[in-house]
Ligand binder design. Structure first.
Ligand SMILES: Cc1cc2nc3c(=O)[nH]c(=O)nc-3n(C[C@H](O)[C@H](O)[C@H](O)COP(=O)(O)O)c2cc1C
Length: 136
């Protein structure tokens, strides 16, 4: 089954930029749905924007993108990357929240999330995943 990876940036709307409750609601629904749909995902919220990477079967990624485009908690979705992939890089989690680590901040170097190339976006999310999953 061919696999697909989409990466997008969006602008958070209202409380979605800072509210922990809204973030928790997003994470809860995502965990449940992505597990059901065989999707893996990494989400970062930073400075009023969301950066999300989604991996899975093309039809499942597309269905999620259709739901995301009409979600009022964010707007102005722009795709950074939308490609076929030989295998998953972030395959272990239906949804993981990636924090901006100090290493990530260095990589971002003051840029907004929507200024990232696909490779830099992926590297930034990988750093956040590493920080979130390395045992203490
Ligand atoms: C930034 C952001 C990221 C989201 N990521 C996902 C996701 O990975 N998976 C998902 O199912 N829903 C995600 N959602 C929520 C969807 O837009 C939608 O509300 C949800 O899938 C509807 O699911 P439900 O019918 O089970 O409530 C996200 C929403 C936002 C604002």
């Amino acid at each position: 089954m061919p696999l697909h990876r989409a990466i997008y940036v969006s602008d958070a709307v209202g409380g979605a930029a800072t509210s922990l409750l809204i973030l928790a609601e997003i994470l809860g629904a995502s965990e449940r749905n992505n597990r059901r749909d065989g999707l893996s995902s990494v989400l970062m919220r930073h400075d009023g924007r969301f950066l999300q990477l989604i991996e899975g079967r093309r039809a499942d990624v597309d269905r999620l993108m259709d739901r995301l485009r009409v979600d009022p908690r964010h707007e102005n979705l722009r795709l950074l990357s939308d490609v076929a992939i030989p295998g998953r890089r972030f395959g272990d989690w239906p949804m993981i929240l990636a924090e901006l680590t100090s290493e990530g901040a260095r990589l971002l170097d003051g840029d907004a999330l929507d200024r990232l190339s696909p490779a830099r976006a992926e590297a930034l999310l990988a750093l956040g995943v590493e920080a979130a999953t390395v045992p203490a």
